[in-house]
Design a protein. Structure first.
Length: 222
């Protein structure tokens, strides 16, 4: 039928192969773009989170639980660092004891073999929690209170004798002829022997001779 048309009409309606290829390429690109948009617009499946059973924490929370428990206030006794205390006085086995954290005075007494029979422990709080580095002194009289004016016990005019069983290094240092080194020797002797049973035992302390003992015997008591 085309051959029957006029030549000018055939030329106007004719389609070149290059044009056909270009149109085909445009159509293919359009179809591909439409297919991509259609696929992107489709709803995507959503994965539901895992269900955690009641009372069971996730693995990462379980791994952090011990650290959280250790940092929480009011942790159970024994969960911290041990405490080192000096148990002296009227106990069966005086000396330094290493006890679990949270231990009480009663635990320190048990570690030292218990209190000697007949010892008065009325003023001793057995339920008190121990502090690292403290001294638990059993059966010793209470330390003399600080007199007015800041003078150390046993050093002021008219002051009474100080207790060898409870006096500190500073108090012993204030006695005549006793310096800080000799005062420490007295405290070490007291700790090793579990206290002083009599003033005469002061003669056995290293550095105390007869003359010095004569100066001290009226200024101290067991």
């Amino acid at each position: 039928m085309r051959e029957r048309l006029p030549v000018w009409l055939q030329a106007r309606c004719g389609v070149e192969p290059r044009t056909v290829a270009a149109v085909t390429l445009v159509l293919l690109v359009g179809v591909g773009f439409a297919a991509h948009q259609y696929g992107a617009a489709r709803p995507q499946p959503v994965v539901a989170p895992d269900v955690v059973a009641p009372g069971k924490a996730p693995p990462e929370t379980q791994a952090q639980a011990p650290a959280l428990a250790a940092a929480a206030p009011g942790a159970a006794p024994g969960s911290g660092s041990p405490v080192v205390v000096d148990v002296s006085g009227k106990v069966r086995e005086p000396g330094v004891r290493r006890l679990p954290a949270g231990s009480r005075v009663e635990d320190a007494l048990a570690a030292a073999g218990g209190v000697r029979p007949g010892t008065d422990t009325t003023g001793l709080n057995r339920a008190r929690v121990l502090v690292d580095g403290e001294q638990v002194l059993v059966g010793a009289p209470a330390e003399p209170q600080q007199p007015p004016g800041g003078a150390r016990p046993g050093t002021g005019p008219g002051a009474g004798p100080i207790s060898l069983g409870s006096a500190t290094v500073e108090q012993l240092d204030g006695l005549p002829g006793v310096g800080p080194v000799l005062a420490q020797h007295i405290v070490d002797f007291r700790t090793a022997r579990g206290g002083f049973r009599s003033v005469e035992e002061l003669r056995q302390v290293e550095g105390i001779g007869e003359r010095r003992f004569a100066d001290l015997r009226t200024r101290v008591r067991p």
